[in-house]
Design a protein around this ligand. Structure first.
Ligand SMILES: *Cc1c(COP(=O)(O)O)cnc(C)c1O
Length: 369
């Protein structure tokens, strides 16, 4: 057993991640390949630790955003199939070839660099072509020039174009449909010019539930894997895999009128019992939770009071029965115990669910069931 060196820990339930993967698999059926997205350290869950569960439950690829994330996975297990969704600078493309990573590509120049490296190594570099259908983030627009460029890439002997993809802006049904049509039209065009693609994909978590026709033969769910529900039209039962807990480090009894934390922005209206908790914004807890955040101790809501600090914060536990130093406090939970869910946290912190979980830093240890 590894010794857990802090009371503030992220608990990850691998059974729930397996369940969510199975649910997605049942939803999309055997003809749709699943490429779970585990960028940003698996949205805070620990990419290396959740990867085996995903692969055992049907993942054909592990998708990350950056080369550093890809190398972390490859260092853990060289045999894992790793896909980089983002751009890798020219000078670093040799890593992609050396470690057999599948790279997103949108220019002949980069494809040529990969090609030359691959030929030197006696390999083929696997790539997926990125098409910009409106998001204007990565990829080129579906022009005749880009179609020619893709076909030129296809002729490089050291390159295997394994797939083509785009990303939805999810701006509305009409906008989605325009993007989808632009994607399919471009594929038809380059296919008529002699290219072929084993995988075609554009659906993230929301799209793969809400728009079955957009699944094509591969999907890229991130949020869903962790049990985050963002879809509106479709239905899928998934379970939040993460809970975030800590324990009271100190209890203070303070008289009415006392101020607490920086600038004394919170003042006790009554004689109060307050508890110091060893987590803060450097653990990834949103600093703008001031006056909104709370933890659950002994089944009771304890509001966070005053300015949230980098490593600690303070809760009003006057109404919490039996609280003592060492009492467990649930920061994010599944809601059944009254705890704040990731969903609720995202609303209170005025952000989205992915931000809440992905921003949890490396500092709190991860504990797996
Ligand atoms: C992050 C990402 C995803 C996954 O998004 P979710 O909303 O978490 O499902 C899919 N595709 C690309 C290109 C991404 O960057």
């Amino acid at each position: 057993m590894v010794e857990i060196l802090r009371d503030t820990v992220v608990k990850v339930n691998l059974d729930e991640i397996a369940f969510n993967m199975q649910q997605i698999g049942k939803l999309v059926g055997p003809d749709v390949a699943i490429m779970p997205v585990i960028k940003a350290n698996g949205y805070g869950h620990g990419a290396v630790k959740i990867a085996p569960t995903l692969l055992e439950n049907g993942a054909v690829y592990l998708a990350v955003a950056t080369l550093t994330e890809a190398l972390e996975l490859k260092d853990a297990d060289e045999s894992w199939p790793v896909f980089i969704l983002g751009h890798t600078p020219d000078r670093l493309l040799h890593h992609v070839v050396e470690r057999d990573i599948t790279q997103t590509i949108f220019s002949f120049e980069q494809a040529k660099i990969l090609n030359d490296l691959a030929l030197k190594a006696g390999k083929k570099a696997k790539i997926h072509i990125k098409l910009d259908t409106g998001f204007h983030r990565l990829g080129k627009m579906p022009t005749a020039e880009y179609a020619d460029e893709v076909c030129k890439i296809n002729e490089l002997p050291g390159i295997e174009i394994e797939g083509i993809f785009t990303h939805l802006a999810l701006a509305g049904d009409e906008e989605n449909e325009e993007q989808f049509k632009a994607f399919m039209d471009f594929i038809a065009k380059v296919e008529s010019m002699g290219c072929s693609f084993r995988y075609k994909h554009l659906a993230d978590s929301i799209a793969c539930v809400d728009f079955p026709e957009y699944r094509l033969n591969m999907i890229r769910p991130g949020a869903l894997i962790y049990g985050m529900v963002g879809f509106h039209k479709g239905q899928l039962e998934v379970h939040q895999a993460m809970t975030f807990v800590t324990a009271v480090s100190q209890i203070h009894r303070i008289p009415a009128g006392e101020g607490v934390s920086y600038d004394y922005l919170w003042k006790a209206k009554r004689d109060s019992l307050i508890a110091t908790l060893p987590f803060g914004y450097a653990d990834g807890y949103p600093r703008n939770m001031r006056d909104k955040g709370y933890v659950i101790i002994n089944g009771v809501k304890a509001p966070l009071i005053g300015v949230l600090c980098m490593d600690q914060c303070i809760a009003d536990v006057t109404d919490v029965p039996g609280v003592h130093e060492g009492s467990e406090a649930v920061i994010y939970g599944n809601g059944k115990d009254g705890s704040m869910t990731i969903q609720e946290a995202s609303i209170l912190a005025e952000t989205n669910k992915n931000d809440i979980i992905a921003r949890i830093t490396a500092r709190p240890p991860r504990v797996y069931n």
